[in-house]
Write a protein that binds this ligand. Structure first.
Ligand code: UD1
Length: 333
């Protein structure tokens, strides 16, 4: 009996594989290293001292999926694999739909063939679009404001419809807020291929001299310091949320949505200040114009996950900044 993790060498995937192995689960990973690196496999083994199965390939490859389901007794799937860069999705919408939707359809079809009907899906707070009210609850209005967000929303809808059509299915739709930080060992963390788009990887590039300065996208928002507010969550807390979700899909059937966030909002300047304070480094920045599509504020009400999953984010913003920097120092090349 094993948990299949698609995209298990990626940022959130690798931290989740560590938590699963440490909880005594058998794990099979599938990844094509589109946005991750093979060394992550060894790093996971180093941290946990445990082995796991690995298949290199594309989740849309149904023959490979069938081989995995034949070889291993898969009871649950955690589906991370997918493209995730918002800007790129606007430039290449068809590529995003083709990849994110195709992989999920292939996975759902093969899961059904093998009678495996428990899924944890890597959704995103992006399904709330630009929230009209914060904190956002699972009942807040859903909308997609870019192709990446559309793929997340389409997959959520697909899963809800599937659970409605067949009550043997159970699917946890986990809406992540803003994961940052890294494993405390410093052995795994966020290591995006190419130019990063998200705040923390950009801060890391700036402090390591790869990028001269951080552009803070706007300080004229209706927030206390004028910069945007987000719900940053430590990636290890987020990974633990997947363990809790696995228990939930074992226990219950149907589609269940959960916000995985801390419930606390921090501004861009709060993050810069925390990073400078705990790590004793300067983050040079300049205030520039707003980035299209940014919400002034987006933070979660995580009480449903706190209650129903018996899960709560525990690590604070300082720990997130410390662990992010620790990872970078160990991996500066
Ligand atoms: C972005 C995506 C969102 C996606 C999420 C996780 C957009 C508009 N939104 O969210 O759909 O779910 O990533 O992948 O791309 N910031 C700067 N300077 C920078 C980078 C970011 O000031 O160089 C600010 C942003 O304005 C934002 C905050 O930092 O206020 C966080 O940005 P980011 O890490 O990109 O996350 P989101 O905007 O929340």
């Amino acid at each position: 009996m094993a948990v299949l993790v698609t995209g298990g060498t990626g940022y959130i995937g690798s931290h989740t594989v560590v938590e699963l192995l440490e909880a005594g689960e058998d794990v099979i990973v599938i990844d094509n290293f589109f946005n991750s690196k093979p060394w992550v496999l060894n790093a996971i083994q180093d941290i946990t001292g445990k082995g796991f199965g690995f298949y290199e390939g594309d989740v849309a490859d149904k023959d490979m999926l069938r081989r995995i389901f034949k070889d291993c007794f898969i009871e649950e799937v955690i589906h991370f694999a997918g493209y995730k860069a918002v800007g790129e999705s606007v430039q290449k919408p068809v590529m995003y739909y083709r990849n994110n939707i195709d992989t999920t359809l292939a996975l759902l079809e093969v899961m059904e063939e093998f009678g495996c009907r428990r899924l944890v899906f890597s959704s995103s707070a992006t399904v709330y679009g630009i929230p009209k009210k914060v904190p956002v609850t699972e009942g807040s209005p859903l909308s997609a404001i870019n192709p990446y967000g559309s793929t997340k929303l389409m997959i959520e809808n697909m899963c809800r419809e599937l659970c409605h059509a067949d009550d043997r299915w159970s699917v946890a739709l986990l809406r992540y807020f803003n994961p940052i930080g890294a494993h405390e060992s410093g052995k795994i963390g966020e290591d995006p291929n190419g130019i990063p788009n998200n705040l923390m990887p950009i801060i890391l590039n700036v402090v390591s001299g790869k990028t001269p300065i951080l552009s803070v996208y706007g300080n004229d928002y209706p927030t206390p310091d004028g910069t945007c507010i987000r719900d940053y969550i430590h990636v290890v807390d987020l990974a633990k949320g997947h363990l809790a979700a696995i228990k939930a899909v074992r226990r219950d059937t149907g589609a269940m949505e959960f916000n995985l966030g801390t419930g606390k909002g921090y501004s861009v300047l709060d993050i810069i200040n925390a990073f400078e304070k705990v790590n004793g480094v300067k983050v040079p920045y300049v205030i520039t114009g707003r980035r299209a599509g940014d919400a002034a504020q987006c933070y979660s009400d995580p009480s449903k996950a706190n209650k129903e999953l018996e899960w709560k984010a525990e690590k604070d913003i300082e720990q997130m900044c410390r662990d992010a920097w620790n990872f970078l120092q160990q991996h500066q090349r």
